[in-house]
Ligand binder design. Structure first.
Ligand SMILES: Nc1ncnc2c1ncn2[C@@H]1O[C@H](COP(=O)(O)OP(=O)(O)O)[C@@H](O)[C@H]1O
Ligand SMILES: [Mg+2]
Length: 258
């Protein structure tokens, strides 16, 4: 059984409106090996997460979750496979009209498998994990940005997933907020969850990741460890870590031609 665990993308291509976002893209998320996907804004990082979740369908290539090819699954089977994955979306995406507790518990309520008191206990446990059990009856508008992110994490944990995706979880947070998210991610990893993150926040990426994927112009240009990444000779990676005037002029020239 364990031989098939993990998530794979093999030669995945994806095009939107004639524009190639991903070309022959490969990704491996092995249980216990936490990964961060890097690349400039708009390159296709969120798209990768959506493809794995089955929210978008690739033009070609293969995506598997714990050994199951997600192409051509019925909606019902896809839901069952997807239950092992939770995502903390960019911005948190909480429902403003629901309390914190309702936000964390609504999917369990929808699933209709647990009693209200069982759900309440899970909601409190997950909120306690992120240090926010005191806020259960508050509304999102009453929370800081960092607290909202932590509620979004509690919500992601409610269904007890094996894999947790984080889309830019520290963007816009102050240093304490960033630290809290890093610590939560490390604790989740310590409890056996596998994380896949998209970020531009390199200190956080280095703090919580074992491996890195770098995407440039629709292709995977790097897959390796922190040391390998820092020593990479790939031009796009060197530019990412130390932007230079040449990229600015390159950009301006392109603008002028348009
Ligand atoms: N629904 C859409 N229609 C057209 N283009 C889109 C759509 N969604 C995303 N894109 C484009 O696809 C590219 C990749 O988007 P995304 O995966 O969100 O990038 P990233 O997360 O790396 O910033 C972007 O250039 C974006 O403009
Ligand atoms: Mg994105």
């Amino acid at each position: 059984m364990t031989a098939h665990r993990g998530i794979t993308m093999e030669k995945v291509s994806y095009t939107i409106g004639g524009r190639v976002i991903l070309r022959d893209f490969d990704l491996r998320l092995e249980p216990g090996v936490n990964r961060t996907i890097l690349g400039v804004s708009g390159v296709g990082k969120t798209t990768i997460l959506k493809l794995i979740l089955g929210l978008l369908r690739p033009d070609s290539g293969r995506i598997t979750i714990d050994g199951t090819d997600i192409a051509n699954l019925t909606e019902r089977r896809l839901m069952a496979v997807r239950r092992h994955i939770a995502i903390v979306f960019q911005g948190g995406a909480l429902f403003d009209s629901m309390t914190v507790g309702e936000n964390v518990g609504y999917r369990l309520l929808e699933a209709g498998k647990l009693t209200e008191s069982e759900i309440e206990a899970i909601v409190l446990e997950k909120l306690k994990f992120v240090g926010l059990d005191q806020t259960v009856n508050l509304y999102p508008a009453e929370l800081s940005g960092g607290m909202k992110k932590r509620v979004a994490i509690a919500r992601a944990l409610a269904a007890d997933p094996d894999y947790i995706f984080f889309d830019e979880p520290t963007t816009g947070l102050d240093p304490i907020g960033v630290y809290n998210i890093q610590q939560l991610m490390l604790r989740l990893q310590g409890e056996g969850k596998t994380t896949l993150m998209v970020t531009h926040d390199m200190p956080t990426a280095f703090a919580v990741s074992d491996r890195f994927s770098f995407i440039n112009e629709a292709r995977l240009v790097f897959d390796g460890t922190e040391t390998e990444l820092k020593n990479s000779a790939v031009p796009a990676i060197r530019e990412f870590f130390a932007p230079s005037a040449s990229s600015l002029f390159h950009y301006v020239e392109q603008e002028d031609e348009a």
